[in-house]
Write a protein that binds this ligand. Structure first.
Ligand code: NAP
Length: 505
């Protein structure tokens, strides 16, 4: 059986105009030699012919897969099956070695007739399920092979990781099987499908052509999908929402700098049990925990670091080879990493704004370092509870203007992207030597701007984010984190994000 291209990450090229499609193809070929041409995305048959004529002239040296999916199978092509087949035949003459034909079209023709019409090409027989995974997946696979193709593809929407894991199981049955789990919850499976044996994974260069796709850049450069193997150690971050997290940039930069065979994914988790049920099947060795699961995860651990237990929140989990879960809290380390060298904590008086999960880590870290801790929160009862837990005091907002603190720490989300104009305190409230804002998006919040203007030293949440993430990395790997590379990756991502936001009209 002939393999489908040497590069396992297939760039999906899809545009309405032949010139944009050509630009995407040129761009794709700089990074991979396996490309799917979504001819059905071109706005009409004229554009398709213009594109294919250009392809026939240039004949790039690559494995090209021609797809002209009809609307009934989730594509954009409006013409009849006969036109679809004629276009695919033209694509083969223009240099495509493979074509993808959906079961809705191929089932209307015999394999012999398809051979006569498109005999020069190798066929991927495909089936798509955009709403949910089919109940009898093995039957679908058998039906696809019955049409005598050279490869098959089954793409299915998966609403849970367990459904995704089940789909991946199909990849191992026979060579040249492509499995495509679709949906935000199974995003990392776009990469892990290769490890499970899928012949290809698809990634759009620009335009998403299916739900929950990872971009080509993410698959190739962040996750290094083409290097993934059964030996690769898998890590991730769980949360909801999760798309904004910079932890994948931070952690993967660490693995890449130390040349480790490991990868870190973002997992959008709606149901903690679903994620935990997939840990073993996906070979996950450890994961970070973020909102809203830092407390809930405690109930599922086999053991927990005493400090994390006392804080009542876990942001780091180690999975042992026996499948046991151990919890830690590195936010605590992040707080100390950000403040220790700037404030003599043992002799300091610190005000913490907020009484949520992060505030708890801040309060414990500071109290254990000998600081006198005051808690100010919009719900005084919560502030009192936290103050009592760390031997501190609840502090009413009305007294802010008249009291001095060595440091004020914002542990509320006020001022976080996108509401960057907000600040939890006014300039007059800032009677202190240092202001530490836990928020790191934006790096310089409104609160920090107000403090700077008054000549007060400022510390961004970025420092804590980096320190807590590096501590996680060290817990998992037992090695020293490559700090410079990890910091650079996050700063680069933040810079790119700022540039993109500024470029938007
Ligand atoms: P959380 O558990 O939801 O707690 C948020 C706290 O802020 C609660 O006390 C909440 O009060 C209070 N709050 C929320 N909105 C408020 C408002 N409009 N006015 C007054 N108080 C308000 O969240 P968290 O996990 O502690 O996270 C807090 C912030 O820290 C977030 O911005 C997060 O991104 C940041 N953080 C940063 C790092 C880092 O590494 N830099 C790590 C962890 C967290 P109620 O209980 O009354 O709602």
């Amino acid at each position: 059986m002939v393999a489908i291209g040497t590069d396992k990450i297939c760039a999906v090229v899809a545009a309405e105009h032949s010139s944009s499609m050509w630009n995407q193809l040129t761009q794709a070929l700089r990074q991979t030699r396996t490309v799917e041409l979504r001819l059905d995305w071109l706005r009409n048959e004229r554009e398709i012919h213009v594109f294919l004529r250009r392809l026939a002239k240039k004949r790039p040296r690559a494995t090209l897969i021609a797809t002209c999916r009809r609307r009934e199978a989730g594509g954009r092509f409006r013409g009849p099956i006969s036109s679809q087949l004629l276009i695919l035949a033209q694509a083969l003459r223009a240099g495509c070695a493979w074509y993808d034909l959906e079961i809705e079209s191929s089932s209307k023709w015999t394999a012999e007739l398809l051979d006569v019409l498109l005999g020069g090409g190798r066929r991927i027989a495909s089936a798509h399920f955009f709403r949910t995974s089919p109940a009898n997946q093995r039957r679908v696979v058998a039906d696809l092979w019955k049409t005598r193709p050279q490869a098959i593809k089954i793409a299915a929407k998966c609403g849970s990781l367990s459904a995704g894991v089940q789909l991946l199981g199909l990849a191992r049955v026979k060579r040249n099987t492509i499995v495509v789990p679709m949906g935000d919850v199974v995003l990392p499976l776009r990469c892990l499908s290769l490890r499970a044996g899928s012949a290809l994974t698809y990634a759009p260069l620009e335009n998403a052509t299916a739900p929950g796709q990872a971009s080509f850049d993410t698959l190739k450069n962040l996750w290094k999908a083409d290097q993934i193997s059964r030996k690769t150690y898998v890590y991730g971050v769980i949360g909801n929402p999760i798309a904004h997290s910079l932890s994948p940039q931070l952690q993967n930069a660490g693995f890449q700098a130390r040349k480790m065979d490991a990868v870190y994914f973002p997992f959008l988790v709606h149901d903690l049990r679903d994620f935990l049920g997939a840990v073993k099947a996906l070979g996950i060795r450890g994961f970070s925990v973020t909102l809203p699961y830092k407390q809930e995860i405690l109930r599922h651990l086999d053991s927990c670091d005493p400090l994390a237990s006392a804080i009542g929140a876990v942001n780091t989990v180690v999975v042992t080879s026996a499948g046991n879960l151990y919890g830690f809290n590195t936010d605590y380390i992040g707080v100390l990493g950000s403040l220790q060298e700037r404030v003599t904590l043992s002799q300091s008086r610190v005000l913490i704004l907020g009484a949520g999960g992060a505030a708890r880590a801040v309060a414990f870290a500071l109290a254990q370092s000998g600081a006198s801790v005051c808690i100010c929160a919009r719900r005084p009862k919560e502030a009192k509870k936290l103050a009592r837990a760390v031997g501190g005091l609840e502090f009413p907002r009305s007294r802010l203007k008249s009291e001095f603190f060595d440091a004020i720490v914002n542990s509320t989300p006020i001022g976080m992207y996108p509401k960057t104009e907000n600040s939890p305190l006014s300039a007059r409230d800032l009677n202190c030597r240092l202001v530490f804002d836990l928020i790191y998006r934006p790096v310089t919040t409104k609160l920090l701007q107000l403090a700077s203007r008054r000549g007060i030293e400022t510390v961004s949440g970025l420092e804590m984010f980096l320190a807590q993430g590096m501590a996680q990395w060290e817990i998992w790997t037992g090695r020293r984190a490559p700090a410079a590379a990890m910091r650079k990756a996050v700063l680069d991502a933040l810079r790119t994000e700022t540039r993109t936001a500024q470029a938007k009209p």
